[in-house]
Design a protein around this ligand. Structure first.
Ligand code: SF4
Length: 357
């Protein structure tokens, strides 16, 4: 039997029962593939179910306000995905009569859809003979081929794309692609590949050579940078807090936060806050005690968020570097979408004040 047949036989018997596998409707496949980018399956499951309940069709998603979509996405991370999803839904609903493009090439024209996602949707939903290559597939291929080249190099990656196209199962491309990814997730795992139970072991050169733990080869990563970030919990005399919405473009775009920013060299955290609040909102505050600190990791850097209790002094807030701002009571914070680090600050506030909100 060929590698493809062995793989599909295994998949037919062992495929995981996942909510997005119940239907090959393009909207559902698209939603699941976008949610699964950089995110664990178990994390995605409840979000997928909630999202589909709120927006059962692409028209429902297109008609929803972006703020509601971001709120539903809260905690899933990589928020540009939610903004792109919303934009793409509008494009499909308004310019394509609600019908998704049926080829990988056509799908690439939608916001937030790259080469991998386009191949996955086209092959799973429409049966197109389109290959996929994600981190799982790269790992599996580099082991099957016992590849000693650095897979982070663009030329090597391009060769692997070609390999993915050459090895594609022509009759069942969607199942084959899913099988390959699932093999990487549950059997050919990054640190401990379960070679003894692997359905394609006899096709694997790395297994034969005993090099499977040395594959894939990746050049050593530079250490992750770390930044100190100051955030202000600014109270006014009415017991309200000032929150700001981040610009729509960029990191955590469109989410709300306690205003502040990154500490510059030679600056104290208090100086950093006073500068940021002047630059972004044109207000003056009195910086009080450190309220809490939160550690948070993004994909390419880590931060320590230092949240300070502040008293509002003067200046009508301006939208200099923010999308919007609002004075809110603590019990109203739940209505807004925040990133994970700011959510931790809110949790600390709730605990500290024993407030029922
Ligand atoms: Fe991966 Fe081991 Fe299977 Fe090779 S034999 S594909 S290394 S799990």
């Amino acid at each position: 039997m060929t590698f493809q047949t062995d793989l599909l036989t295994w998949f037919d018997q062992h495929a995981a029962d996942l909510p997005w596998r119940q239907d090959k409707d393009a909207y559902r496949v698209w939603l699941s593939e976008v949610m699964l980018q950089q995110t664990q399956i178990e994390t995605v499951k409840p979000y997928y179910t909630r999202f589909l309940a709120a927006y059962p069709t692409v028209h429902d998603l297109a008609a929803a306000p972006l703020a509601d979509v971001l709120k539903l996405w809260e905690g899933l991370g990589y928020y540009s995905r939610a903004r792109n999803l919303h934009q793409a839904a509008r494009k499909v609903a308004q310019e394509m009569n609600g019908t998704f493009p049926q080829t990988a090439e056509g799908l690439l024209a939608l916001p937030g859809i790259g080469r991998y996602t386009a191949g996955a949707i086209a092959s799973i939903a429409f049966g197109e003979r389109a290959p996929v290559l994600d981190g799982n597939v790269i790992r599996v291929f580099s082991r099957l081929l016992d590849l000693a080249d650095d897979v982070t190099q663009p030329a090597v990656k391009e060769r692997l794309w070609q390999q993915a196209a050459d090895w594609l199962h022509l009759d069942r491309p969607g199942d084959y692609n899913q099988a390959l990814m699932e093999l990487g997730q549950v059997v050919c795992k990054p640190r401990q590949p379960l070679c003894a139970e692997c359905p394609v072991q006899r096709h694997c050169r790395a297994f034969a050579n005993g090099t499977q733990r040395e594959r894939p080869v990746k050049k050593a990563k530079a250490p992750t940078p770390h930044y100190d970030v100051a955030a202000a919990m600014i109270w006014n005399d009415q017991g309200q807090l000032l929150i700001a919405q981040r610009p729509m473009e960029g990191l955590l775009g469109g989410l709300w936060e306690f205003p502040g920013g990154k500490q510059e060299p030679g600056e104290t955290l208090t100086e950093c806050l006073l500068r940021e609040l002047d630059e972004e909102l044109a207000i003056r505050v009195e910086v009080g005690e450190l309220f809490t600190t939160v550690q948070h990791a993004f994909t390419h850097f880590r931060i320590t968020l230092h949240a300070f209790t502040c008293r509002y002094v003067s200046g009508e807030p301006q939208k200099r570097g923010v999308q919007d701002w609002a004075w809110v009571r603590p019990d109203e914070l739940e209505r807004y979408s925040f990133g994970k680090a700011d959510r931790e600050v809110i949790r600390a506030l709730r605990e500290r004040r024993s407030m029922l909100f």
